[in-house]
Ligand binder design. Structure first.
Ligand code: SF4
Length: 432
């Protein structure tokens, strides 16, 4: 280390709060790296002037069309020399994490070693894009750093108008709510569309995300063009012993205020056990020797709230599968958009099921590539061309369950609805 730590009065204030500060981390790295000392200086300048000073450029590795985010400093002196030369180039490598983000400590140590040798030492697990962000490399160090990470079995993530790095929740390895093999689904999809990730050729970005249950821990419904979310289609499973233990610990107040009244479709009722024997489609869990909780599974929209509060006493059903939603994204032209259900339920277990998943994904990407405008996400494209045309384009039949919002009113009947419409029309015609 040759450079002393720069004076950073504005950044120092960010260390004064109760939470750990990124500034403390940058200062720690700056003790060994001039690059980080100069980064602190550039950042302090930005805080003073309220301006950003990074510009892009073209930096990459052999055989890939994306994955490196180039950053060159714009802070120059009168001779056009960088004011803070050690941080004049501060590129980021986007590296794909393993499915479910499982690492061994040995791998994490090796990653740190690579980045101490070829970069700033600053790594973000994980960026908003889902990648491991290796931040701060010079142009010359990008290729050797990537080669070493690649030898460890890691590949470059997506950037630009391409299929982007995918994410799956921690999944079945550590979560009892998991409804399918998220890691297999992620690997199958990513391996199939790797070309579209490494060679950007789409109108705009396209993201896949995989959540094992409707808790949607990777926010796939908001943050991906194609969200695959685990669900079930039979009855919620129950465990009487755990139900009684839960009730003994939490009591009636919590049961009423935090479970029954928070069910969005009013599907839960408290019953005297001796008065009823559960009918078909009803899940029943004992609370004590005389009272039970009953759930009407026809009215349940699988929001997971009761299952989360009474974990173990209540659990997802046995007939598990996935729901596929298309078109989620953050604010752009038409505002933040949640994904629309295009496949209400499909099993995802056999090889044929996975082929069907890939077929839906391929058809969606093909339709997107042919029909989206430049810089337009799938959700915006669907809004423009219409859901019916999109569904026709990807070869999926229209179904009343294709919804943009789960129903919150349990008094909706879909059987014999066409006869009812005819009757209403006749009544109107007579009245006219
Ligand atoms: Fe209601 Fe179903 Fe949500 Fe439970 S999972 S709170 S029953 S909608």
């Amino acid at each position: 280390m040759s450079k002393p730590l720069p004076d950073t009065p504005l950044l120092d204030q960010l260390e004064s709060g109760p939470w750990p500060s990124f500034v403390t981390g940058l200062k720690r790295l700056a003790k060994d790296k001039d690059m980080m000392a100069d980064l602190l200086s550039q950042l302090e300048t930005s805080y003073k002037t309220k301006k950003g000073y990074w510009k892009g450029g073209t930096v990459g590795v052999f055989g890939y069309g994306g994955g490196v985010i180039p950053r060159f400093t714009e802070l120059k002196d009168e001779n056009d020399k960088p004011l803070f030369p050690a941080a004049a180039e501060f590129h980021t490598l986007r590296i794909q994490p393993p499915a479910g983000m499982h690492y061994t400590t040995a791998i994490l140590r090796k990653m740190c070693d690579v980045w101490e040798e070829h970069g700033s030492g600053l790594i973000a697990f994980h960026g908003q894009s889902g990648d491991i962000m290796f931040q701060g490399a010079t142009t010359a160090d990008v290729q050797p750093a990537f080669d070493k990470l690649n030898e460890m079995g890691f590949d470059m993530g997506g950037a630009g108008p391409a299929v982007r790095t995918s994410m799956s929740c921690v999944g079945a390895a550590r979560c009892e709510q998991s409804c399918y093999d998220e890691a297999r689904a992620l690997r199958t999809v990513v391996n199939t569309f790797l070309d579209d990730m490494h060679r950007p050729a789409l109108p705009y970005k396209f993201k896949f995300k995989f959540s094992g249950c409707p808790n949607d821990c990777v926010n796939s419904i908001q943050r991906s063009d194609m969200a695959v979310i685990g669900t079930w289609r039979d009855n919620i499973q129950t465990d009487d012993a755990l139900g009684k233990a839960w009730f003994a610990k939490h009591g009636a107040k919590e049961l009423v205020n935090d479970v029954i009244s928070r069910c969005p479709t009013r599907a839960i009722t408290l019953v005297d056990t001796k008065d009823v024997s559960p009918a078909e489609g009803i899940s029943s869990v004992a609370l004590n020797d005389s009272q039970s909780l009953e759930i009407s599974n026809h009215d349940c929209v699988r929001c997971m709230h009761c299952v989360n509060v009474m974990t173990g006493a209540l659990a997802p059903g046995k007939d598990k599968g996935v729901t596929i939603l298309i078109g989620g994204k953050s604010v752009l032209k038409i505002g933040a958009t949640m994904g629309t259900v295009v496949i209400p339920f499909m099993k995802l277990e056999s090889d044929e099921d996975y082929e069907r998943l890939l077929e839906i994904a391929q058809n969606t990407i093909d339709f997107f590539a042919e029909n989206a405008l430049e810089h337009e996400r799938t959700g915006e494209m669907i809004e423009r061309v219409g859901l019916v045309n999109f569904l026709e384009g990807i070869g999926v039949d229209i179904d009343p369950n294709m919804i943009v919002h789960p129903r919150t009113n349990p008094y909706v009947r879909m059987d014999t609805w066409d006869e009812e419409v005819e009757k209403t029309n006749e009544r109107k015609a007579k009245a006219a």
